[in-house]
Ligand binder design. Structure first.
Ligand code: SF4
Ligand code: SF4
Length: 460
């Protein structure tokens, strides 16, 4: 585990030289090449306190994000299949000692019904989430759940990519998970700080720090191309957490030739009977949170950064601008919640900050000049792992993205948007298509025409 070098990271955080404005500006300048940063350069950027340099950082993070991903924001929704868990994480409402939580594991019929709800909203990507439990989140149940979700099809509307957030698995179980047809495997270390980790996880299988840390190695060895890492901000010093998570990303890249496909940046939110969530030991203020997102964008420019509905709408708008590329929308964080009329705080994992529907988020994105993307083309065209990275690094991914993203957005606008959102979407799509040229424009026009004539799931 030496690649999480706690004393080196601590020395970077304490290094006064990294407060030097010239060093910070040099790192910002280098990051404009979109080739990434070293840990030391990332530490210099995390140390920025001068407001003018902070603005340069934010501006550059947006530029680099747009250079690689354009103005697209990928949308997804989590789907919780059980809230039973054998672990006792001090920041989570699902922890086994929480006797006030109403426990529930969905039946396959209920999973079907939850999926139908999401499909009718227009979602195309789902993140399957479950607690850790030998029976209630067994491989067999996960497999049946995934099949149930993929099988739902309502007039051509369906879930086209399921990512999975499960407890760490053995290589054999990861092979099985891959055979279910998942996209990205996601597992967060929560905190990379060893002592904090041991304190936050007093019992259960999750107490094994190394088993969790090396989950991504096993997933990649099992043939899963895309893995997503993350840290739960607020458990320890955010500078440490960011640098340790980047160390993890660099290490995966060095050893497997491909870094994490995504990095998630959840921030602690209140949760029922979760002492460390309700009183975060290292609460991260909004400005520092924005800064750490920008630093991750510049340090690993080709990695997707995921922001959840933990954050309030007005903050999410700010964070989109500094490098976020994927967001959840219209989320509920308890099993069966999509078919409930209201959020049920007795069953959810944590409280949400953004309660808007998918339709409202989509409209807002258009107004902010972000293209809501429902595209899943890469995964079904086998452009994953290093094949995806090659295209991203050569700058060629945009040629595929715009026709795919715009035609899937048109599908959303035609089938699912409210009148007001449809109007905003139509205007937005026309403006985006007008800005295209040559073969990309021709391909986009052709794909949109096919969508308008009733064809669904148009991609290349
Ligand atoms: Fe279980 Fe995950 Fe919650 Fe821990 S964070 S109690 S492992 S669901
Ligand atoms: Fe994402 Fe690939 Fe679609 Fe581009 S073409 S939006 S990278 S799935």
């Amino acid at each position: 585990m030496e690649f999480i070098d706690e004393s080196y990271i601590a020395s970077l955080i304490d290094d006064d030289k990294l407060n030097d404005h010239a060093i910070q500006r040099e790192a910002i300048q280098k990051s404009k090449e979109a080739k990434g940063l070293t840990l030391r350069e990332s530490a210099a950027l995390l140390n920025i306190s001068d407001p003018e340099i902070a603005e340069e950082l934010f501006h550059t993070a947006r530029e680099v994000k747009e250079k690689i991903y354009g103005n697209r924001l990928v949308l997804f929704a989590p789907l919780y299949i059980t809230n039973l868990c054998v672990n006792n994480c001090l920041y989570c409402a699902f922890r086994k000692d929480n006797k006030e939580l109403t426990r529930k594991t969905l039946t396959l019929d209920e999973i079907k019904s939850e999926t139908e709800f999401l499909v009718k909203q227009g979602h195309k990507r789902v993140l399957l989430v479950c607690g850790e439990h030998p029976k209630k989140s067994s491989m067999e149940f996960i497999g049946e759940s995934i099949k149930t979700i993929y099988d739902v099809n309502i007039n051509g509307g369906n879930i086209r990519r399921i990512n999975a957030n499960t407890a760490p698995l053995s290589i054999a179980d990861f092979k099985t998970l891959k055979s279910f047809g998942i996209g990205t495997y996601q597992c967060f270390q929560e905190t990379y700080h060893y002592d904090t980790y041991m304190y936050m996880h007093p019992e259960g299988p999750k107490r094994d720090y190394a088993w969790r840390l090396f989950a991504m190695d096993r997933a990649l060895q099992a043939g899963i191309d895309d893995v997503g890492i993350g840290a739960l901000f607020g458990l320890t010093d955010y500078k440490f957490e960011t640098l340790a998570m980047l160390s993890h990303a660099f290490n995966l890249d060095q050893r497997f030739g491909v870094g994490p496909h995504t990095i998630s940046v959840p921030r602690l939110e209140p949760a029922l009977n979760a002492p460390e969530a309700n009183n975060p030991p290292f609460a991260v203020d909004d400005e520092s949170f924005k800064k750490l997102i920008a630093v991750i964008r510049l340090a690993v420019p080709y990695t997707g950064i995921i922001l959840s509905t933990r954050e309030r709408a007005e903050l999410r708008r700010e964070f989109f601008k500094v490098g976020i590329s994927q967001i959840s929308a219209g989320s509920r964080t308890s099993p069966g919640a999509y078919n409930e009329s209201e959020e049920n705080h007795e069953m959810e994992q944590f409280q949400l900050g953004d309660h808007r529907t998918l339709d409202e988020v989509v409209k807002d994105c258009c107004e902010l000049d972000f293209l809501p993307s429902f595209c899943t083309a890469c995964y079904r065209s086998e452009r994953t792992g290093d094949r995806f990275m090659e295209l991203a690094k050569s700058g060629n991914i945009g040629k595929l993205c715009m026709p795919n993203a715009l035609s899937t957005f048109k599908e959303y606008a035609n089938d699912f948007a409210s009148a007001a959102t449809k109007e905003a979407a139509e205007k937005f799509i026309i403006k985006e298509v007008e800005g295209l040229e040559g073969a990309t424009k021709r391909k986009t026009d052709e794909m949109i025409t096919r969508v308008n004539s009733g064809e669904r799931d148009v991609f290349f």
